[in-house]
Write a new protein. Structure first.
Lengths: 957, 181, 80
């Protein structure tokens, strides 16, 4: 164990047990997985992506490129987690990835020896022949050899959630700059949210020995935390990563709550101002063997020693370009009792490291060119810092390379997001405190919650003029993707010299870390090889998320039945009681069929169809859109909306109506009922209910504001049950109407308002089935009462409730059009055989465009009916209509296709509907219906769309 | 029979989870009154609600007022929507804050703290919300969606723990703005 | 996700709205002119301020006309 007996921010009273590759280990609350592994002397935790090189823990934050593991807990396993982002939990099982059979004896490690073989572009150049080679041979091989952890095939049992929050000021990061900004904002009265990705506040302060306001940095953090916690206008969230900035000041963050009710919560936080205090990321030195376990970033070394109280080795080499940081790192190592065997400044050149599974020696060359071999087991390195300004860049602002800080810096911001402190290149503690304070004051003044103080802002800290120079081609720039200097040089040489191209060609900056430690080094290498300044290289686009977010968090609660809202009709529970089989139809859960005992669907549907045709059935029509239209201009309004004429529609009558789009194609069909002189009720199809409602609103509000008309959607107010069949009028009589329902008093296409017994109703004599039919509407709360009475009274005629399947067959027998199949957005009224409906006497939406020559042309596809020629061969659904049989290649010239094909129980033969080129002129022709999908071809005869009762006598019975 | 329309949902008791929220459906007879904005302003201002004795007025649209109770005399067009909109009540200490996690509008904004009524989205559902106290919140939702909505609230309630830091009690400095609404 | 300044409801979340396309003068219902076809099939698509329609489905259920800068997403309409 390398855990010291005192110090650090861990709770030694409690012990947490976990396993790594089956070996039991111990840690404490306060530990990250990384610190717990290191405390158990485990540095070597992973194999690299391509070359399978041994890799250790290089950093102490989300920038970690190498140490990816799979973590298994009660909810299942999660691959590719950085050991530096996972707080230690009791019972956690951790396993290494990309190594077979084990980390130490990885077979694929031979790749490391001939690493030239897998240089940039190797795949593209090598595996291009034979033609089938890639899919069959190479891809499976490479996928086995290279990659990260495997996904858990079991469904995720954890709960996730998505929530919203709003605040005046959002502070991202809780280091010196973030805390000082949050304190000012909070104490000025702004509702303040402070997000910290770590489980403890403090950021880099947790590894600092500096003093703030006369106390230690760690104590100052505790003090600030206590001050913020007292205020009711402050929300502190730890373990919450702000991963993206979006339009109009929206930040998305993901929280991993301490208690495990919910595994992750995605927060959408709408702030008025955002203060980005996300700090900076340290840059490794590029030289051969800079990836060996035991080679670590200097800031990580200090943090593991001081925050987690972990010793990292016996003797260390320190290679840090900044003097102060170098001294601080040496001090930390001294605190830990690690012998510092060499302190290197940037006059020296790091040549390479040695060691099989762990660092054993650093080889370097001094300023006079002499080679030194220093045995050691820890190298603390740093070549400068890169500000973490990703969230600033997400909104499209680019970062510029600043020569003084030698890093990509955000430009001066005029809000709403302000980078402060480390995120804009300020490195010193006093500067960060001052910067946070100054920006918070500025923001408060902008929000008019504080007078303008105009405090001076800290300047970005210049980088040391000398840095460690890159040496040798095999130094790793990007550890996660095994990208070396040689790869970048090759990309430049082969013309992939634009920064975006270099990224794609070499994979530099890809993967789960998105180049957090490698990008700045990469840009410097591109600049060096391409002989240009780093400022001219630019950078690739920064996109959310800053660090990977689990899909579960993005999905939230929207799984299974919560995926989308489901509409139910008022008859739902009544139908469920009868054993109805439901199906989702659009956003509705709709009755599909009502099986009895052991009936199959076909048997049930056949029985339901016959009952309607021969006696009586009832069906739920509540899903239709219903819009109440009132006002002196209601008639004018509707007359413009629909293409047919109904100016003379008498009160109490109903008209079938067709609505066109502005471009002249059919939009929707429905009925218009005139309830009073200035009062209409229109119906829209289930599928188009929302869009018709929206479109009518637009016409009333925007296009014709001069018309005095009131629209109200009353769809859900009414339950609608259609009774259909030859006995429908008898049943209506048996329901005790208080109005005359005789054949002459209540003819087809009429509406009556009144009561059936005590039930208030509106009854419409309209029919989709082709039978005598009445749609009985009653307020939705009385649906059960209506349904029970209809079933009771209808028992005399053996009434049968029917569902969507039967509804569809009945309408196909009648050749009625349906949205989605026939009304598909490309049909004129003429195409559908409905041109007799279209008025030539009035103005209506779509009229002008309907006159276009191509919409009037001869030979367009027309709506036709079809029957199999022999009267019994089933017609395959979705078949294409062709004049000839298929040739030997299975090809045939199509002249149309089917929109519906069923076996008609009424006619006891297969029938179909479809669109056929010039179909109106081809009645009686015989064609092929080919379905390569079903592997069937059937001879069909073209006929009228209505296969049953074409004169419509049954409607008027 | 008129007095006892069937319920649209099975909401009649506590939601799962430790928040102890109670969701109930209660029939609310509602008429839509359409008129000119100026006329309607005499009943209730846009975006507000009034409750005087048994009469409730809700105004979420410039030219429509939803009214329950006696209809005032005036030049309106009226439509009964009693059965089309399902009225739910969510009660419990966290009722409003719970909903606020999911609403597209910020229920704790100064504007809504004042109006205590809003029509907005709650996740994928459009609904109207009003409240006299943050512990007793009224919701109106389309009847066909009501059962699905109740199920959804149940699923969300399960995802909350009893120790949500946002809501735990803590001392408040004098005169601090209270984000609890 | 935009914040849209509804003239009735104030600043509200984009998820409450349905986009209605660029605002345009309604062509004469009978006019089968090239202008009418253009306005239907070739709506203006400027880089900069654009007058457009939004339907506040999850709020006041009103159609509103706003000017949005297509480059910055800034709405130029003043709520006051």
């Amino acid at each position: 164990m390398s855990r010291f007996s005192i110090g650090g921010l861990i709770d030694r009273d409690k012990t947490l047990t976990f396993t790594f590759d089956g070996v039991t280990m111990q840690g404490h609350p306060g530990d990250m997985l990384a610190s717990a592994l290191l405390a158990n002397d485990r540095h070597f935790v992973a194999r690299s992506l391509k070359y399978h090189r041994p890799r250790g823990i290089m950093s102490a934050g989300l920038e970690e490129p190498s140490a990816l593991v799979t973590v298994t807990d009660a909810f299942g396993s999660m691959p590719n987690l950085k050991v530096t982002e996972v707080p230690l939990r009791d019972g956690m099982q951790v396993s290494s990835q990309n190594a077979h059979p084990s980390l130490e004896r990885d077979r694929a490690a031979v790749f490391g020896l001939g690493s030239k073989m897998l240089s940039a572009g190797f795949y593209y150049k090598t595996f291009k022949w034979p033609k089938t080679g890639w899919a069959k041979t190479y891809a499976p091989l490479i996928r086995r050899a290279a990659g990260h952890g495997g996904i858990d095939p079991e469904p995720d049992r954890a709960l996730y959630d998505k929530r919203r929050m709003a605040c005046d000021v959002l502070v991202v990061g809780s280091g010196a700059a973030g805390l000082s900004a949050a304190l000012i904002a909070a104490q000025s009265g702004a509702t303040t949210v402070l997000l910290e990705q770590d489980h403890a506040l403090g950021g880099a302060l947790l590894g600092s020995m500096e003093q703030i306001e006369g106390m230690s940095a760690v104590d100052w953090v505790q003090d600030a935390r206590a001050a913020l916690s007292q205020l009711s206008n402050v929300t502190l969230k730890t373990r919450t990563l702000a991963f993206g900035q979006y339009d109009h000041c929206l930040i998305q963050a993901v929280e991993a709550p301490d208690e495990m009710t919910t595994k992750a919560i995605l927060w959408k936080i709408r702030a008025r101002r955002i203060i980005l205090a996300s700090g900076a990321i340290e840059r490794p030195v590029v030289f051969a063997g800079n990836d060996r376990p035991g080679v670590m970033l200097a800031s990580a070394v200090r943090l593991y020693i001081r925050r987690f109280s972990v010793g990292l080795g016996k003797c260390a080499v320190v290679a840090v370009s900044d003097v102060e940081e170098r001294n601080d790192t040496v001090a930390a190592l001294n605190e830990a009792g690690t012998k510092v065997v060499a302190v290197l400044d940037s006059d020296v050149q790091l040549v390479k490291t040695k060691g099989r599974h762990h660092l054993k020696m650093v080889i370097w060359r001094d300023s006079k060119g002499r080679r030194h071999r220093t045995p050691c087991d820890l190298l603390a390195m740093s070549n400068g810092w890169s500000p973490t300004a990703h969230l600033f860049a997400h909104m499209g602002h680019s970062l510029r390379f600043d020569v003084r800080t030698h890093s990509l810096l955000p430009s001066d911001s005029d809000g709403p997001l302000y980078p402060v402190g480390g995120a804009r290149g300020v490195r010193d503690l006093v500067g960060c405190l001052q910067d946070g304070k100054a920006v918070a004051h500025h923001v408060m003044a902008e929000l008019e919650m504080h007078k303008h103080l105009n405090l001076p802002r800290a300047m970005p800290t210049p980088a040391p003029t000398k840095r460690f120079q890159s040496a040798t081609q095999t130094g790793f720039v990007d550890l996660q993707n095994d990208v070396t200097r040689a790869d970048i040089a090759q990309a430049q040489a082969e013309g992939y010299d634009d920064v975006e191209l270099t990224k794609r060609y070499t994979t530099l900056g890809m993967g789960t870390d998105q180049g957090k430690t490698s990008w700045t080094n990469g840009i410097l290498e591109i600049a060096a090889f391409g002989n240009q300044t780093a400022g001219n290289v630019g950078h690739t686009t920064y996109r959310p998320p800053y660090s990977p977010v689990s899909i579960g968090a993005l999905v939230g609660a929207e799984v299974d039945t919560e995926m989308i809202p489901i509409h139910r009709t008022p008859f739902h529970t009544d139908f469920a009681r009868l054993g109805c089989v439901f199906q989702t139809s659009g956003h509705w859960l709709y009755s599909r069929y009502f099986p009895q005992a052991d009936e199959t669907m076909t048997e049930a549907v056949t029985r339901e169809c016959k009952a309607v045709r021969q006696s009586l059935g009832c069906v739920d029509m509540s899903t239709l859109g219903k819009i109440d239209v009132q006002g002196p201009d209601a008639l004018t309004f509707l007359s413009r909306m629909y293409c047919n004429a109904f100016a003379k529609l008498p009160i109490g009558r109903v008209r079938y109506a067709l609505m066109l789009r502005e471009d002249g194609y059919v939009f929707d069909d429905g009925t218009i009922a005139r309830l009073a002189k200035d009062h209409f009720l229109i119906t829209a199809t289930t599928a188009n209910a929302a869009s018709v409602w929206r479109y009518m609103q637009k016409c009333a509000q925007i296009d014709w504001p001069d018309l005095d008309v009131t629209l109200t959607s009353v769809r859900d107010h009414w339950a609608s049950l259609a009774i259909a069949g030859p006995n429908a009028r008898d049943l209506l009589a048996a329901l005790d109407p208080d109005f005359d329902i005789g054949r002459d008093a209540f003819p087809f296409a009429a509406v009556r308002q009144g009561h059936l017994g005590a039930l208030p109703v509106r009854v419409f004599s309209v029919s989709f089935s082709g039978e005598l039919s009445f749609e009985i509407n009653t307020p939705a709360g009385f649906a059960t009462a209506l349904f029970d009475r209809v079933l009771d009274a209808g028992a005399k005629w053996n009434i049968v409730p029917y569902g969507l399947e039967t509804l569809d067959i009945l309408r196909i027998e009648k050749g009625h059009i349906s949205v989605g199949t026939e009304i598909d957005g490309r049909r004129t009224p003429h195409d559908l055989g409905l041109d007799q409906l279209v008025s030539s006497q009035k103005h209506y939406v779509g009229r002008a465009m309907l006159e276009r020559p191509n919409l009037k042309a001869q030979g367009r596809a027309h709506f036709v009916g079809l029957r199999s020629e022999d009267g019994h061969s089933p017609i395959p659904p979705a078949a294409h209509l062709c004049e000839a049989g298929m040739d030997s290649q299975g090809m045939a010239q199509t002249c149309g296709y089917l929109t519906a094909a069923v076996h008609s129980p009424t006619l006891d033969q297969p029938i179909a509907l479809g669109f056929l080129d010039n179909g109106h002129a081809r009645m009686g022709e015989t064609l092929w219906a080919h379905s390569p999908v079903a592997g069937k071809s059937v001879r069909v005869r073209v006929g009228p769309v209505c296969a049953y009762d074409p004169r419509g006598d049954r409607l008027h019975a | 029979m008129h007095d006892h329309p069937a319920a649209a949902t099975n909401a009649n008791g506590f939601l799962p989870g430790p928040l102890g929220l109670r969701l109930d459906e209660a029939f609310l007879p509602l008429m839509a009154l359409n008129g000119s904005p100026r006329n309607l302003d005499t009943l209730v201002a846009f975006g507000h609600y009034t409750e005087i004795k048994t009469s409730l007025c809700l105004r979420f649209s410039p030219d429509t007022v939803l009214i329950s109770g006696d209809i005032p005399v005036g030049n309106w067009r009226m439509i009964d929507l009693s059965h089309g909109l399902t009225h739910l009540r969510l009660r419990g200490i966290e009722a409003l804050h719970f909903l606020g996690h999911y609403t597209s509008a910020n229920l704790h904004s100064a504007q809504l703290r004042d109006a205590r009524a809003v029509r907005c989205r709650l996740n994928h559902y459009e609904c109207a919300i009003w409240w006299a106290t943050t512990r007793d919140v009224h919701i109106l939702i389309e009847r066909s969606l009501a059962q699905s909505f109740c199920d959804h609230l149940g699923a969300l309630a399960q995802r909350h723990s009893g120790v949500d830091h946002l809501h735990s009690q803590r001392p408040v400095i004098p005169e601090a703005p209270d984000r609890r609404g | 996700m935009l914040l849209i300044p509804c003239p009735y409801c104030g600043l509200r979340d984009e998820s409450e709205f349905v986009y209605g396309g660029p605002a345009r003068a309604l062509p004469d219902m009978d006019a089968q002119t090239p202008e009418a076809q253009h306005s239907l099939y070739r709506p203006i698509n400027p880089r900069g301020p654009l007058r457009e329609l939004w339907y506040h489905s999850g709020g006041c259920e009103c159609w509103i006309t706003l000017t949005r800068n297509t480059i910055t997403h800034e709405f130029e309409d003043d709520l006051s």
